[in-house]
Design a binder for this molecule. Structure first.
Ligand code: GUN
Length: 291
């Protein structure tokens, strides 16, 4: 079976067009949604994500403040900047790009963000509300995955979904959203991780397989059930001297093998990635509406 490609760029653009109308409405009532983005250090992948976020704000007509700090920035300096953004009425959402340098306590920084501006959905208050099924900011990548499934007409309710990976950013929250009693939820969810035994036996049962492990091409064709829907969250740089940049991007799924087995599959790049940024814009607009 040759898999149908789930085009994340296309779906992300549809949602961005819908958001454009909402931004125009807000602007006509004197509100310009604003996003504050903080990057500490010079990790190349983080830098390119932050640039993409700035560009998305510009395209949508959002106000944005982008602060790039050197790697030696202290925790105190970063907390002070978060506090300034918390108190800036032009900023509806604050995003501190992760990972942070090791000398900074990430949890402390996340907890310093005003939960009303937590457009990443990483604050314990947002996570708690999400788990309870209450309205809140949903983390962008997990929310983007749910939207991708819904807009690709994948039936989630009652499906066996296997999530590979248990990070706080993707694995745990996406598993919770899939479990939730709401549209895009009501699935039977299994989470696999580095200590899981006989992983292929579990993944082969998945109607929907979500790979978020951060290991290049970890999921091979023999781990996938015929006709499964495969969502690849991974973005891994692998050396490739034939490319101008010296590397190419691959997912956590061995695409050529998976595409032979799956009924639908997300590519890397152009699958989940564009959805993450779009849901960040969505959360920022949602926050501005609540201003
Ligand atoms: N690093 C990788 N993904 C994310 C994300 O969604 N938000 C933030 N703040 N940092 C990240």
């Amino acid at each position: 079976m040759a898999a149908e490609i789930i085009d994340g760029k296309l779906i992300a653009n549809e949602i961005r067009e819908e958001l454009k109308k909402e931004v125009l409405d807000l602007k006509s009532s004197g509100i310009t949604p604003g996003l504050g983005v903080i990057l500490v250090g010079d990790d190349p992948a983080s830098r390119s994500y932050v640039t993409a976020k700035e560009r998305a704000c510009d395209n949508l007509g959002l106000y944005s403040e982008n602060v790039k700090l050197p790697v030696e920035t202290t925790e105190e300096e970063l907390l002070k900047l978060v506090d300034t953004m918390n108190n800036n009425p032009k900023i509806d959402g604050i995003l501190v790009q992760l990972p942070l340098p090791k000398h900074i306590d990430t949890d402390k920084v996340i907890m310093a963000i005003n939960p009303d501006k937590d457009v990443d959905g990483f604050h314990p208050q947002s996570i708690g509300k999400m788990i309870m099924g209450k309205e809140t900011f949903l983390p962008c990548t997990p929310h983007g995955i749910i939207k991708l499934l819904l807009r690709s007409n994948v039936k989630v309710e009652g499906a066996n979904v296997v999530v590979v990976g248990r990070s706080n950013i993707v694995g745990k929250p996406v598993a919770n959203l899939l479990l939730d009693k709401s549209e895009g939820g009501n699935a039977t969810v299994t989470i696999c991780h580095s200590r899981t035994k006989n992983m292929a036996d579990i993944t082969k049962n998945a109607d929907i397989l979500i790979a978020a492990i951060g290991k290049a091409e970890f999921i091979t064709g023999d781990m996938i059930k015929d006709g499964a829907v495969v969502i690849d969250v991974g973005v891994n740089r692998v050396e490739d001297s034939s490319r101008k940049k010296g590397y190419r991007l691959v997912g956590d799924v061995k695409y050529s093998e998976a595409a032979e087995k799956a009924s639908k599959i997300t590519p890397v790049p152009g699958g989940v990635g564009p959805m993450t940024i779009t849901m960040l814009m969505y959360n920022t607009v949602y926050s501005a509406k609540n201003r």
